[in-house]
Write a protein that binds this ligand. Sequence first.
Ligand SMILES: [Ca+2]
Ligand SMILES: [Ca+2]
Length: 167
Amino acid sequence: MVRIKLDVILTPFNAILLFKDLIDEKKLRRAFRAAKGSDGKVEVFNFKSILKTYGLDPDDKLVAEVLEELGDDALDDEALCLFFEKLESKFHKDMKLRRTFNLIDKDNDGYLDHYEIKQIFIKLHEYISDGNIEKIMFEADTDKDGRVNYNEFRHCDALKKVAAKLL
Ligand SMILES: [Ca+2]
Ligand SMILES: [Ca+2]
């Protein structure tokens, strides 16, 4: 099998929102059939150009994650279905998490500070000491700028767990 580096398919992601409405599945399948190699699989490179004809700009990391989960560098018909399903479910998960983050980020500056994180616990009527908030923040704040951005938030299980209770 031809190995294609993942970054070949990497395109931005916003247009996924339109995914469902945008895609004529029959047309897409035709395009995929036409793009298939002799081994019956669609190579990642072709996959990218097909997505592009739809104006789709999937997020780099998202696509890479999905492809990694599929564990294949080429996509066959079945994998294609799975790919879209996974892409969609990941997208929805991400949207939900984003909403949670925005809910906590009261001043909308794109960062969670000590005060904002404390408010989560207050809202949940859970006692937490300032020291423990610092501890959580220290773990989450991987770039050590003293605040938690969205990316740090989505990688911090402790914060995600408590934030999920807010919804
Ligand atoms: Ca904030
Ligand atoms: Ca940070």
